[in-house]
Every structure is written in C-alpha cells, then in structure tokens.
Write a protein that binds this ligand. Structure first.
Ligand code: ADP
Ligand code: MG
Length: 258
C-alpha cells in the first residue's frame, strides 16, 4: 500500500463508496496540507457529502484509503476519528436549540474520556481546571466568530445565520488540524459570509487544513487555494480557482446538470 505524501494532513487515495448498485464516490484521490483550504464543489448528487462521510467514518468505503497525517483512518468509527482531531459540520446539521451559545461550543470540546467523567463527578481539581480552560477556549472561539455578545443567549433564539456560526464554532473549539465544513454559508447574510471567509483564512494561516463543500461560489473563489470538482462521483477537475473557473469540462458539468 502506498504511504501518504509527507506533511499531508489529509490524504484521500482512490476512494470508492457504493450504495447498492450506485457508485456515489468513484476513485477519488487528493491531498490536503496544513494551512490549505480546499473546496469540494459539484452539482447536487455529485458525491460531496458522501465523500465527507467516507473521510469521517459515517460511510463505509468500498475501496481506497483515507489517511489523517500518517494514520490510516479508513473504516474507523466516527467517534474515533473525531477524537483524533478531525472535525466536521453536517449539511443539515444544527445547534442544540435549548442550550446556550456557550454550552453549544462546549459540546465541541467534550470528547469525554472515562477519566474525565470520573474527575467531573468527584470534582477533582484537575477536572475543575479543565472546565475553566474549556470555558476560556469557548469564549475565545465566540470572540473570533464575532458573536461574543451572544454567549448566554439560547441557541434556538438566534437567527439562522447566527446558528450556523455557532455550529461552525463547535467544530473549531477543539484545536483540530483538519476541519470539514458541509455548506457552511447556507442561510448566512452577505456580511456573515464575508466574516466566515475571513475566519477560514485566519484558521488556515494558523495551520489548520480546511475542506469546504460549498455552493456559494463567491466564497469558494475568495478563500480556496485549490478546488476539486466532482460530478457523478468522479473527480472531473482539480486546480486553482482561476483554472477551475475556466475549465470547459467544469462548465459543461454545471450547465448540463441545470
Ligand atoms: P452531494 O452532497 O454532492 O449533493 P451526496 O453525497 O449527498 O451528493 O449524494 C451522492 C449520491 O449518493 C446521490 O445519488 C445520492 O442519492 C446517493 N446517496 C447519498 N447517501 C445515500 C444513502 N445513505 N443511501 C443511498 N444513496 C445515497
Ligand atoms: Mg451534500
């Protein structure tokens, strides 16, 4: 088996996903390095969410491998992959509406270990200190997202755009090396989109690798170092935003699917 290229954070190697007779993802390969933003675009049904699911353990790969750094994570369970530091949002995910914004962000930090749960129950000093640092981290994330003033608001009372930001904040809370965002700009105002773009750029500058599924092409073009285009499960193009924008095969796939 071929090893992943050095310094790749994510390496997708010839991945196929099948649902019965349907091949939803067909032989897709690409790498993502630290600090890189890669957008995954393509018409509805192209296999973008399924590829996310294959990377994060929610869909079984029929063949191919997925590496996180040097670790082969193919076929691992979603919770195990999340614990390694691969974080994602879901296309139709959401916030926990009855919890406050702060509590929502904290859920992104709590990959509970048994030791931790026992520590919390016994109120061990280590657990108390950890809780304090979790809150500090959550507050930092809310500040970065520009929603610190909403810290104690119930998430269900927010606008849909603000709920999206909270959801993204949950994936950012734990300092992860790789985040996957499935259509994060849906329901965001132009201002929120611009803020989101700036946030993604800052995260990447800090070394986080970002895989972004997005239909808002303006955002994709503004933030991506590279774009991978899927159509009917196959990778039909990969390159800089400029190259992909002018690729006749890509234009055909979009127009042909309209
Ligand atoms: P995209 O996110 O690019 O819109 P999806 O990954 O959601 O596309 O879907 C790719 C293809 O796989 C579609 O034809 C879809 O109907 C099919 N598909 C996705 N999830 C399932 C599933 N759980 N069972 C069966 N077919 C699925
Ligand atoms: Mg999708």
């Amino acid at each position: 088996m071929t090893a992943p290229p050095k310094q790749s954070v994510l390496s997708v190697a010839d991945v196929c996903v099948r649902f019965g007779g349907l091949t939803a993802v067909s032989g897709v390969s690409f790498d993502l390095k630290a600090g890189e933003i890669c957008a995954l675009i393509g018409p509805n049904g192209a296999g973008k969410s399924t590829l996310f699911n294959a990377i994060t353990g929610f869909a079984r790969t029929a063949s191919g491998r997925v590496f996180f750094g040097a670790s082969d994570i193919t076929g691992k369970r979603p919770d195990a992959i999340a614990r390694l530091g691969v974080r994602r949002t879901f296309q139709n995910g959401g916030v926990l509406k009855r919890l406050s914004v702060l509590e929502n962000i904290l859920t992104g930090l709590h990959c509970e270990t048994e030791r931790r749960i026992i520590g919390n129950v016994l109120r061990l000093p280590s657990a108390v200190a950890e809780e304090r640092s979790s809150i500090a981290r959550a507050e930092e994330v809310l500040h970065d997202l520009g929603i610190a003033h909403l810290t104690n608001v119930k998430a269900g009372d927010l606008s849909s755009g603000q709920q999206r930001l909270v959801e993204i904040g949950r994936t950012l809370a734990q300092h992860s090396r790789l985040i996957l965002l499935d259509e994060p700009a849906v329901g965001l105002s132009a201002t929120d989109r611009a803020n989101l773009g700036a946030l993604l750029k800052r995260l990447a500058a800090g070394g986080v690798a970002i895989l972004l599924v997005e239909h808002v092409l303006e955002l994709v073009m503004a933030v991506s170092d590279r774009i991978v285009v899927l159509n009917h499960g196959q990778m039909i193009a990969s390159g800089t935003p400029e190259a992909v924008r002018n690729d006749p095969v890509v234009l055909e796939a979009y127009l042909g699917n309209k």
